[in-house]
Structures are given as structure tokens and as C-alpha cells.
Ligand binder design. Structure first.
Ligand SMILES: [Zn+2]
Length: 156
């Protein structure tokens, strides 16, 4: 079965998800399914779903790597899980990436240097809280809704 992506082992950063077909901008690349909801801890594979709510997604979507210049963003689906949506056209063989800041307000578990290799790499994997405005505006419409809610609350 061809879902449009496959899990491969890359030379320098472990495993990653790669496109096996082309995706148009706005197309769903991977459908998120929540495996375990309401876990009370923020850990490296947890997705933040609310200010104090974390969930674990299941399946290969958890293998998608971070990039500071991602080709996917997040959309909350009807089941309350995060789908990955193409922000740009994605070519066959291209690695599917997103920015961890799109779903986590604070990143506590990636203290080390970012090695995504993007030209605009921030050098460190930061959460939404520490994300520069220039990134936030680029990601508009592609981040977990609760992050936008926090920003609105902080402004008022
Ligand atoms: Zn980076």
C-alpha cells in the first residue's frame, strides 16, 4: 500500500519520513491518530494539545523530523489529532518535516544543537514561546490552535 510516504534511515540523523509521491500545497500528507491521550508530562514525543494537556500520537507520524524550514504544518483533525499538511509542494524523495515549535509551546527535551541543515536554521530547537515573529507569521494557519490562543491571551 502506498500512503505517499515511507520510513527510511538517513545517514546523519537517524530515521525520517520521505515522500513517495508528490503533494500539493495544502494537501494532507499524514493523518494523525492519538494513541494515548491526557498524559500529564511533556516528553520528547508528546504533542501539546492544550496548555496543560499532552497526547501521544501513534504510528509513523511520530518519526517526522524537525526542520527550521519545514515543508509541513499542523492541522487539528476531527478526531482531535494533528494531521500534517503540506505548506509547500513536496517532491518525491523529499524528507517530510515540520517545526516542533508548531505544536509545543516550550521545548524542554531537545537542549542540543539543531542540525536540520536549513539555511535559516535557528541553531537550537525552540518552542513556540521562543519562536521569532518572522517564523510565526510564516507558519500562520499551520500550528496547533492552542498556541495561537496563548498568544492572544498574553496580548490581552
Ligand atoms: Zn534547524
Amino acid at each position: 500500500m502506498n500512503n505517499g510516504y515511507e520510513l527510511l534511515t538517513c545517514k546523519d540523523k537517524g530515521q525520517g519520513i520521505f515522500a513517495t509521491k508528490q503533494f500539493h500545497s495544502g494537501e494532507i500528507v499524514m493523518v494523525g491518530v492519538i494513541e494515548k491521550d491526557n498524559i500529564d508530562e511533556n516528553h520528547s514525543h508528546a504533542s501539546q494539545m492544550g496548555e496543560f494537556r499532552y497526547a501521544l500520537h501513534g504510528g509513523e507520524i511520530t518519526k517526522v523530523n524537525h526542520s527550521c524550514n519545514p515543508n509541513c504544518g499542523i492541522n487539528l483533525n476531527n478526531a482531535g489529532a494533528h494531521d500534517f499538511i503540506a505548506m509547500h509542494p513536496i517532491e518525491i524523495g523529499e524528507e517530510v518535516t515540520f517545526d516542533y515549535a508548531m505544536r509545543n509551546y516550550i521545548i524542554e527535551h531537545f537542549p542540543y544543537t539543531c542540525c536540520c541543515g536549513a539555511k535559516n536554521c535557528r541553531g537550537r530547537i525552540t518552542g513556540w514561546k521562543d519562536l521569532p515573529e518572522s517564523f510565526k507569521s510564516t507558519y500562520k494557519g499551520y500550528v496547533a490552535p492552542y498556541l495561537i490562543e496563548i498568544d492572544v491571551q498574553l496580548k490581552n
